[in-house]
Write a protein that binds this ligand. Structure first.
Ligand code: GDP
Length: 459
């Protein structure tokens, strides 16, 4: 399939590191590697090495030594891409890796497009579409949950569920078609009742999967959170409190401005993507001064607003201005500085805004438990647990499942209305195809195969 097309790329991150890997995949992978890599044991060549063996050697550009390297040879079909794959483990400097990649390209490989190795794994039939997608979600995972659901998916858990549902649908469509073609051998008496039970079962499964999406997405992607409040209320301190929970995982988010800080923090299994407005510069402009102006765009997009008030001083008109801006959002009001004498009553705040209110001290961390419990309650109905459930975290999968659900509902309607059997098959095939799109399969050829194989014995 890829006869002339051997691809190569740096597969490790583009940063200076101890080791960097160049991956070469395709029919000419060994031949190209042999041109640039010389094993210490001169008899060893990528083309004559056994699959899954390694050799130490050097990479040369003509007579120029570029780097020392360990070559790992993996031969088709049992490789990531299902093709011959050679990986050169080199020193991980950006310049040296680029030089080696350039050398490999000059010797006959083409630069791989993004995702092309995984695409080849899919086209080679080693993984389905949902597994291919899980590779990316695993690489981009922000927390344990995302790692676990991605690995689950990579192992084929979603695929197996989908394949199982599709088989049931296909079997029954094939049965209907065979019965219509060959009524002498296949009877449709009582069939609609049986079919209704089967479709009901699948529908429950599909709806169950759809229902995991909102939680699954928020668990894997995180809650987009904005912290607002007047200067000195304790916004930065609150952020530091979160950060202190898990310093190692805090990362800068892409696309941030100098005025707003963004952090990803994991607290008790919940990921918060926090846009902190504490870095907003002080100006004479009152609205900007109270820390909402620049935040307002973020507030619009936020799943959650954490409104911090300094509990040691009374509310004033600036607080009212802030409340005006966040009134319609999902808000937790945090009465901060609970270690000092608190001058603000919860009820005073509830008079202005319909929100959850808690007291804590961002400085000492006292009260943080209550905040985490509240997040759990707000976003997961207090049941943040994801033990063994199969979660949908990919919007494309959810959309296909919704289409599947609609099609299955039509099948049930048709059965209940006593329509002819061939009427059901159209919507059943629609459901089958939408499910197939999740795993990247087409439908009609399979149907033909199934009918010939299972139903038309001896003909
Ligand atoms: P921001 O301007 O809203 O980001 O507020 P900061 O986080 O910079 O805090 C302003 C001041 O309040 C700092 O001096 C903090 O040390 C102090 N502060 C913040 N949180 C607390 C708290 O829980 N208790 C006490 N006593 N002081 C706090």
């Amino acid at each position: 399939m890829f006869k002339e097309d051997t691809i190569a790329a740096i597969t490790t991150g583009i940063s200076n590191a101890g080791v960097g890997i160049i991956r070469i995949s395709g029919d000419r992978a060994c031949e190209i590697t042999d041109r640039v890599f010389q094993a210490e044991n001169k008899k060893k060549k990528a083309s004559n090495m056994k699959s899954y063996t390694a050799a130490f050697g050097k990479i040369y550009d003509g007579d120029d030594l570029i780097d020392e390297s360990i070559l790992l040879v993996m031969k088709a079909p049992h490789t990531y891409t299902c093709e011959d794959v050679c990986e050169l483990q080199c020193h991980g400097g950006i310049v040296v890796l680029r030089k080696i990649l350039d050398l490999v390209l000059r010797n006959g490989a083409r630069a791989a497009e993004p995702g092309e190795f995984t695409k080849r794994a899919f086209l080679g039939g080693r993984i389905d579409m949902s597994q291919a997608e899980s590779v990316m979600s695993l690489i981009n995972a922000k927390n344990d949950f995302a790692v676990r659901t991605s690995v689950d998916q990579l192992q084929g858990r979603l695929k197996n569920t989908i394949v199982n549902m599709r088989e049931k649908i296909l079997y029954n469509v094939a049965f209907i078609e065979s019965a219509l073609d060959d009524p002498e051998h296949y009877s449709l008496d009582g069939f609609p009742d049986k079919l209704r039970m089967i479709i009901d079962d699948i529908l429950i499964q599909v709806e169950g999967l759809i229902n995991t999406f909102d939680n699954g997405k928020i668990l894997s992607e995180g809650i987009n959170t904005v912290i607002v409040g007047k200067p000195n209320a304790g916004k930065s301190s609150l952020l530091n409190m979160f950060v202190g929970e898990d310093r190692a995982i805090v990362t800068d988010m892409a696309g941030t401005t100098r005025d707003t800080l963004s952090e990803i923090v994991n607290v008790r299994g919940i990921t918060l993507n926090i846009i902190d407005t504490a870095g907003i510069r002080e100006t004479d402009d009152l609205v900007e001064k109270i820390g909402v102006d620049k935040a307002i765009k973020s507030v619009d997009k936020a799943d959650l607003v954490l409104y911090v008030v300094d509990g040691s001083v009374e509310l004033d008109e600036n607080d009212q201005r802030i409340i005006e801006k966040i009134r319609d959002k999902n808000v937790i009001v945090i009465i901060n500085k609970s270690d000092l004498e608190i001058k603000i009553e919860r009820d005073a705040i509830c008079r202005y805004i319909d929100a959850e209110v808690i007291q804590l001290s961002a400085m000492t961390g006292d009260g943080s438990e209550e905040l985490y419990d509240m997040l759990n309650k707000m976003f997961f109905e207090g049941s943040l647990s994801y033990n063994d459930q199969l979660y949908i975290t990919n919007a494309r999968h959810k959309n296909e499942l919704v289409c599947t659900k609609n099609a299955l509902k039509k099948v049930i309607e048709s059965i209940d209305m006593g329509m002819e059997e061939d009427f059901f098959s159209i919507d059943m095939m629609d459901a089958y195809e939408h499910l197939g799109l999740i795993i990247g399969e087409t439908a009609r050829d399979d149907l033909a195969d199934k009918i010939f194989k299972d139903f038309c014995m001896g003909k």
